[in-house]
Design a protein around this ligand. Structure first.
Ligand code: GLU
Length: 290
């Protein structure tokens, strides 16, 4: 049987400029895709306006190009997919595969921290609030291409989780699964901060009867143990004018050989693709920068 062609992606949220941690995710997913002669797509995950920083979508795309990371086709913006998310939500509600919930954080805490599904058992269902999936395909473990067998807590795996928030925003879990399916992604390469939520994403793929991709989670760049470099802790933006140094530092972080510095980033990228070796990436969920 022939394999479908490899389609990978990088899916940044426009909550600030690219920092070294996001460069590692972008470069790792790019090198993996190109070393398989695959496509590499970019999707801007802009469905959380309160967290969005104006101008950062354009800045992220410019930065990728400055690093020689050219994507295939058009960039997909999640904000253009709202209608698809809403249609899906309505269908799930109509089929009783999702339900409204008005439980507060405090109430969930009193349940032991895991939602017990009570709003889904009401004789008279609610018609406002957050919307939860009736989780009928809880996934307790999966095989990650780098981290091997990943296991999550049973309660977490089987929880009816939120797919639309009470403030009207669509949950990341819903959007990411619908879009990975829509873009026919065959392999997701991203940071290990999303290792555990992957179980929820797999359960949605199963409930939506969509073909699942494979997953490969890269080590996270951390400043101290457990503290990832992020836009929230003001990680500095990477240098767009002199990308050579950060490019090689990201290769080193991923366990890869450095490449010959060049004014032409396309040359550095081509060499990195040529030399890319998955078996050299450290099998660690995080690495603390020295
Ligand atoms: N948008 C997410 C982020 O920036 C990544 C989503 C994903 O790769 O699945 O953290």
């Amino acid at each position: 049987m022939s394999h479908p062609p490899y389609i990978g992606r990088f899916a940044p949220s426009p909550s600030g400029p690219l920092h070294f941690g996001s460069l590692v995710a972008a470069l790792g997913s790019y090198l993996r895709a190109r070393s398989q002669a695959g496509k590499w797509l970019v999707r801007i995950e802009d469905i959380d306006p309160p967290r969005e920083v104006l101008g950062s979508s354009e800045d992220i795309l410019k930065t990728l190009l400055a690093y020689g990371l050219q994507w295939d086709g058009e960039v997909l913006y999640q904000s253009d997919r709202i209608q698809a998310y809403q249609t899906k939500i309505e269908k799930l509600l109509a089929q009783d595969k999702a339900y409204y919930c008005q439980c507060t954080r405090k109430e969930i805490k009193a349940m032991g921290g895991t939602y017990d599904g009570r709003c889904g058992r009401l004789a008279a269902p609610l018609n406002t609030g957050a919307i939860r999936i009736r989780n009928q395909a809880g996934v307790e473990h999966f095989n990650d291409l780098l981290m091997d067998d990943v296991r999550v807590d049973k309660g977490f795996a089987n929880e009816d989780f939120i797919i639309k928030r009470s403030d009207g925003l669509y949950a990341y879990q819903l959007a990411v699964v619908m879009d990975d399916a829509f873009q026919q992604i065959t392999e997701v390469v991203r940071g290990s901060d999303l290792l555990i939520p992957t179980c929820r994403q797999i359960s949605l793929f199963q409930q939506f009867e969509q073909t699942k991709p494979n997953w490969l989670h890269l080590p996270l760049v951390c400043t101290t143990p457990g503290m990832k470099l992020s836009k929230q802790n003001h990680a500095p933006a990477i240098d767009k004018l002199h990308p050579q140094e950060s490019f090689n530092a990201a290769l080193t972080f991923l366990g890869q050989a450095q490449v010959q510095p060049s004014e032409q980033m396309s040359e550095m990228v081509a060499q990195a693709v040529n030399e890319f070796d998955l078996s050299l990436i450290p099998k660690q969920t995080e690495i603390v920068l020295a």
